[in-house]
Design a protein around this ligand. Structure first.
Ligand code: AHM
Ligand code: MG
Length: 336
């Protein structure tokens, strides 16, 4: 049908979340407002990332700006945009960003019910070669708006109200869960709107891909080594898994979510807690995995049960298809 070539009923992310929130009578639209500020940040970063390569090549922005100051690095710029957008939303009280050593406490007049933990531009070492990078975020609800304390964000990931990421790749894709499934939205640049393109994402129960930095194998512990060995030389007659590793968490997790398989950043002898940060990398991605029917494990426990004590704490992480994570859990249980 010719008519099918043009969709006329566009489910934007705002409309989608408004629909979802209307199921909760206590909802006052605050969440929708908060989310629209996060979306604004994502759109800004998307545009900045797309221009980055060009700006360097043809000196669009040049090395220095009119004041003679050096141009801000993309990750620093992205952080500023997110912090300003979140504060001005009037819906946040505490912000934790990968870029800032300390948490930001929002001034009383602009405070709201939510705390946002985020990595404004993850995988930034990939910028200069044009590989996909992303923004990751998690949202907690405050107990007491009048007296926000750091403890509000030092909570297990299962207490998150919502989590998501935006991937700046061949297209700009925002994946979100507010605790009832996972949905993916793609930015339509001509509309400047995120449109629902991946409704109700479910991760395959078992996958054919494993994703890990094998350059660290020398220092791995036994369960991780055994697991990766099994991926390559399965003894049960199944085919070996394929290896895919981009080195950009958002891209590696996005592929895992859509195609299935497992993503791991284990601890090792040199870094017992691995590399990835609990609050704004491990938790949001684990939240999404569980919501999509997968699992997330730290090598010791369900990732979302972990209680962080520091805002920039790290943890080993194994996440992905239910059956694949089940295997690594069994290996750690056997080694304990
Ligand atoms: P970053 O916050 O410095 O960008 O580091 C985080 C990134 C993740 O996106 C990715 O999963 C990981 O580092 C890759 O690390 P490695 O290069 O050690 O494999
Ligand atoms: Mg990061």
């Amino acid at each position: 049908h010719a008519a099918d070539a043009h969709r006329t009923d566009l489910m934007t992310i705002t409309r989608f979340v408004l629909n979802e929130q209307s199921k909760h009578p206590e909802s006052r639209g605050d969440f929708t407002i908060l989310l629209s500020h996060i979306v604004l940040g994502c759109k800004f970063v998307c545009t900045a990332v797309n221009k980055a390569g060009l700006a360097k090549l043809i000196g669009l922005a040049g090395e220095t700006n009119v004041q003679g100051e050096e141009q801000k690095k993309l990750d620093v710029l992205s952080n500023e945009v997110f912090v300003k957008a979140l504060v001005s939303s009037g819906r946040t009280s505490i912000l934790v960003s990968e870029e800032d050593e300390e948490a930001t406490f929002v001034e009383a007049s602009k405070r709201g019910r939510y705390c946002v933990v985020f990595d404004p531009l993850d995988g930034s070492s990939n910028i200069d070669c044009g590989v996909s990078i992303g923004t990751i975020f998690g949202i907690y609800m405050l107990k007491d708006t009048n007296d926000p304390k750091l403890e509000e964000v030092l909570q297990p990931g299962k207490n998150m109200l919502a989590a998501g990421y935006c991937m700046y790749g061949s297209s700009c894709t925002l994946v979100l869960s507010t605790g009832s499934g996972v949905n993916g939205f793609t930015l339509d640049p001509s509309l400047g709107e995120f449109i629902l393109t991946h409704p109700d994402i479910k991760i395959p129960k078992k996958g054919k891909i494993y994703s890990v930095n094998e350059g660290n194998a020398k220092n791995w512990d036994e369960p991780t080594s055994k697991y990766v060995e099994k991926c390559k030389f399965p003894k049960d007659g199944s085919s070996p898994k394929s290896l895919r590793y981009i080195g950009s968490m958002v891209a590696d997790v996005h592929r895992t979510l859509l195609y299935g398989g497992i993503f791991l950043y284990p601890g090792d002898k040199k870094s017992p807690n691995g590399k990835l940060r609990v609050l704004y990398e491990v938790f949001p991605m684990s939240f999404l995995m569980e919501q999509a029917g997968g699992q997330a494990f730290t090598g010791k426990e369900r990732a979302l049960d972990l209680i962080p004590t520091k805002i920039h704490q790290r943890s080993p992480i194994f996440l992905g298809s239910y059956d694949d994570v089940e295997e690594i859990k069994a290996l750690y249980a056997a080694a304990a």
